[in-house]
Design a protein around this ligand. Structure first.
Ligand code: HEM
Length: 92
């Protein structure tokens, strides 16, 4: 899978990046299998992955990090194109 020429799908690209153990360990903060949770926390998650401080039992490859950073950028672009109204933001 090239990180540059395929649209990002949460099911196909994001969920497989996170082990069940990652998800269980981080449920106290967010759900690593939820598109909105990962996209919404992408900056903090990416910072930890780039630092290599998370996951605490092994670092991610640059390719894996590139896929996740594309998700963050895509969400920003989408929000810019169609900003979420405050009322809807409360509901999501
Ligand atoms: C904002 C980003 C993150 C923060 C602030 C964060 C913070 C933490 C903290 C405080 C713990 C508990 C450490 C302990 O019990 O000693 C933890 C555990 C863990 N986190 Fe994260 N984490 C982040 C992202 C991630 C990501 C993206 C992954 C996986 C890709 C991950 C995987 C894990 C795992 C597997 C553990 C369990 C460690 C163990 O029990 O040995 N975390 N994290």
């Amino acid at each position: 899978m090239s990180a540059t020429d395929e649209p990002i799908s949460s099911e196909r690209h994001i969920k497989p990046l996170f082990r069940e153990r990652d998800r269980q360990s981080m449920r106290w903060a967010f759900d690593l299998w939820s598109h909105d949770d990962v996209a919404g926390n992408a900056a903090d998650i990416l910072a930890r992955l780039r630092e290599g401080t998370m996951p605490c039992d092994g670092t991610w490859s640059d390719e894996q990090i590139a896929v996740l950073s594309r998700l963050g950028r895509r969400r920003k672009a989408r929000l810019k194109a169609w900003p979420i109204s405050p009322e809807r933001e409360e509901r999501t």
